[in-house]
Design a binder for this molecule. Structure first.
Ligand SMILES: [Zn+2]
Ligand SMILES: [Zn+2]
Length: 214
């Protein structure tokens, strides 16, 4: 578990990179995606934080590498509230969407979870002192979101699957290209990507996002 910035940690990678924000409030710890293993969660203890303080998990999209362990996390700590965009919500809340979630491709049996809230557009969750701007960035999946938080005057973007890929029958190329432009316009200082690491400063974030724009 590595500190990315004040109150922001990279918990490690299992399926995808999992990030944690410490709100130092009643809202406790906030996860960005869940990954595929509870080992991620155990690392929190080593840092002197309490995994029972995880109160929220914002899911960026329905792919299995980002959501596989959600139901085990809920069993471990029933206080966790999950959030996702409406357009990806059904595959997260119901069984039988292995094609969309790519669970079938991974050979994983996904255990559904109930969402505390389905985002209908761009929505902001105020958790402790931080505003988590959940921005609809469709393309990779219909309900993909990116999350922006401001700490001091540093903009941190959890873009997760910024790199795509475009999956036939699920992804939409035009939406994806529009979403990349939307992300570029946020002028983030730090980008936490789902599989390709952490980019900074702003010029590197820009360069990375632009590399996917056609
Ligand atoms: Zn994905
Ligand atoms: Zn991914």
């Amino acid at each position: 578990m590595k500190e990315v910035f004040k109150d922001v940690y990279h918990l490690g990678d299992s399926g995808c990179s999992v990030f944690l924000v410490d709100t130092h409030s009643e809202d406790g710890l906030v996860l960005i995606d869940c990954g595929m293993s509870l080992e991620m969660i155990k690392r929190i203890k080593k840092k002197g934080l309490n995994p029972m303080d995880i109160k929220h998990c914002i899911i960026t999209h329905f792919h299995i590498d980002h959501i596989a362990i959600c139901s085990d996390l809920k069993r471990f700590n029933e206080k966790v509230n999950f959030y996702a965009h409406d357009l990806d919500a059904t595959a997260i809340e119901e069984e039988g969407h292995g094609r969309e979630t790519v669970a079938s491709w991974y050979g994983v049996k996904y255990k559904p979870i109930k969402l505390a809230k389905r985002f209908k557009g761009d929505e902001t969750l105020k958790l402790g002192q931080y505003n988590f701007e959940c921005i609809h960035t469709p393309g990779h999946t219909p309900g993909s979101i990116s999350i922006l938080i401001l700490i001091g005057d540093t903009k941190i973007l959890f873009g997760q699957d910024v790199h795509g890929p475009i999956i036939p029958g699920i992804s939409n190329v035009a939406d994806y290209q529009n979403s990349l432009k939307k992300l570029l316009n946020l002028n983030a200082d730090i980008l936490c990507e789902g599989h390709f690491g952490i980019f900074r400063p702003a010029s590197e974030v820009k360069r990375y996002i632009e590399s996917y724009i056609e």
